[in-house]
Design a protein around this ligand. Structure first.
Ligand code: ZN
Length: 242
């Protein structure tokens, strides 16, 4: 089974479409979305429409949760808060209903899919460092877990007390005694100094994983964000991927 794993689209339709064009050429069986379809970007409805049509499963992200009014917006920085309130006003009833029904976690064979972390997904814990990730491995019901949320594409592996980081573009996850937590990065708002859209490809037969980075028309999105009156800081950061 070949999976394309996307996360953190954040209303960025240009980035999502560029990623889907790449996916079409990869011969993928299942598209999995790890959540945060909305928030920040100018096309929340269009992105939800596309995900509803294309993704086999979509999980709940913290911005989705806030957009449906479940997560108190005080937890967000002022830019994110403005974008969430704007997004809430845009979303159609149908799309709000879709977001309301999203699950927090999904297990498919030996893979766990979750937006934030395997331990208490609804706490929206960020996994950024080896220290953050270490105890998360204890809460995995499967050897492999894909996450998003931090907008940083990076993988972590643990066997016993050994912990290592996966940074190369391609990996063979061949250590059957190890557990892996892989962050596929963000489609719509990367924060790892690379402004290109990020997603992951996993082949469960070969046990190979690939980080993919895709160019898209960033200026077109920025123009739409300006027209929508979204915060300048959110517009600028797309150029730098941070
Ligand atoms: Zn996000």
């Amino acid at each position: 089974m070949r999976y394309a794993i996307l996360s953190d689209i954040h209303g960025n339709l240009e980035a999502l479409q560029a990623v889907l064009r790449d996916i079409e050429q990869q011969g993928v069986d299942k598209i999995v979305c790890l959540g945060d379809v909305v928030g920040y970007g100018p096309n929340p409805n269009e992105c939800v429409d596309v995900i509803r049509e294309k993704a086999h499963i979509c999980l709940m992200g913290n911005h989705d949760y806030a957009a449906i009014g479940k997560e108190p917006i005080e937890y967000f920085n002022p830019y994110a808060r403005d974008a969430i309130l704007w997004t809430r006003r845009q979303l159609t009833g149908d799309n709000l209903a879709f977001l309301r029904d999203l699950p927090f976690l999904h297990i498919d064979g030996e893979i766990t899919f979750v937006h934030s972390s395997p331990h208490r997904p609804e706490d929206w814990t960020y996994i950024l460092t080896p220290r953050d990730v270490y105890h998360q491995f204890n809460f995995m019901q499967t050897p492999l877990c894909f996450v998003g949320h931090s907008h940083v594409a990076i993988g972590f592996a643990r066997r016993g007390d050994d912990l290592w980081i996966l940074l190369e573009d391609e990996h063979r996850l061949e250590d059957h005694e190890a557990r892996y937590i892989i962050n596929v990065g963000a489609v719509g708002q990367p924060r790892d100094q690379d402004p290109r859209a990020s997603y992951g490809l996993y082949d469960s037969g070969q046990r190979t994983f690939q980080f993919r980075r895709i160019e898209y028309d960033i200026e077109a999105v920025q123009k739409q964000m300006e027209e929508a009156g979204l915060p300048q800081y959110l517009i600028d950061r797309l150029s730098y991927g941070r």
